[in-house]
Ligand binder design. Structure first.
Ligand SMILES: [Zn+2]
Length: 292
């Protein structure tokens, strides 16, 4: 079976939760090669297995190098392994109440490594992961590297899933669309949002920001917006420190949007370090649908 057929088979098993991004009608898998709605809007499975469900072109400037660097930091340097373990524990605590199979929807999955690692940590669970990102390069890489989840190129403002379809919505260090997250979240489901705290990657920030733009970052507004949309049931501060080697520091720079506008000298001085400790400092927000 090719990747395309395998992926079409996985989608066909849960095709009820897909909706057409153009007319919002129900969809079916035809000939293990296309997702087609009842109005005949057609989205083909690519040979790597993903489906492009964007209805308009995207002008995102994320490129392949960024996603390759991100994948190495997540899968090889294991910078976020403690976070993945923690998130899987949180999901495990809530999972008993869920229907089979559990749908974990990663909104803004990028190249997919966070979702794959979290699913790996949720052992012995019947989980179907769905990763969605507007950046096609990221989704192509995800579908080449990770064959179990379903990978979709799509728009967070128009998620191609039905109402109340997702038991877990993940939103990891990535922008949100709360209207859509509320719509796709199952009544008993949880949203897990990861936001940076002021000390997140501070060693990198200290090198890259000049004194004039070194204003303190806070996540207060992000948390308050989250609370306007969901009932916050828990908020863990999750903080740790990890030593990275020189080659890993280069990957860290390449995956960090905050470094894109930095001067070459600033980046070189960071990369001249043989190794350095990197601070990961995050808030894990867990929300459920508000009852009001
Ligand atoms: Zn349609």
């Amino acid at each position: 079976m090719t990747n395309k057929e395998k992926s079409a088979k996985v989608v066909s098993e849960i095709v009820d939760i897909f909706r057409c991004p153009i007319c919002h009608r129900s969809m079916k898998v035809v000939d293990f090669k296309s997702l087609i709605c009842s109005n005949n809007h057609t989205f083909d499975f690519a040979k790597q297995g993903y489906v492009n469900m964007l209805t308009r072109p995207s002008n995102q400037h994320y490129d392949k190098n960024l996603f390759e660097a991100r994948q190495k930091i997540i899968m090889e340097s294991n910078l976020y392994s403690s976070l993945h373990k923690k998130v899987s524990e949180i999901i495990g605590k809530h999972l008993d109440e869920f229907h089979y199979p559990t749908i974990i929807f990663d909104a803004g999955s990028g190249e997919g490594s966070h979702l794959q690692k979290i699913i790996n940590e949720c052992r012995d669970r019947a989980i179907t992961g769905i990763g969605l990102d507007i950046a096609k390069e990221g989704i192509i890489m995800a579908s080449k590297n990770y064959h179990n989840p379903i990978w979709l190129v799509g728009d967070l403002a128009n998620i191609p899933l039905t109402d109340q379809s997702s038991h877990v919505v993940l939103n990891i260090l990535s922008p949100a669309n709360y209207m859509e997250f509320k719509r796709v979240l199952a009544p008993e489901g949880i949203i897990v949002k990861i936001v940076p705290r002021p000390n997140y990657l501070k060693e990198l920030r200290e090198v890259i920001f000049t004194n004039s733009d070194k204003k303190a970052y806070t996540n207060g507004e992000t948390i308050s917006l989250f609370k306007q949309n969901f009932q916050l049931v828990n908020n863990f501060r999750f903080s740790y420190f990890k030593e990275l080697e020189q080659t890993e520091l280069l990957n860290l720079i390449q995956m960090s949007p905050l470094a894109w506008n930095a001067e070459k000298e600033q980046i070189d001085s960071f990369l001249n370090l043989d190794s350095t400790g990197i601070t990961v400092d995050l808030d894990i927000l867990i929300g459920v649908k508000s009852t009001s």
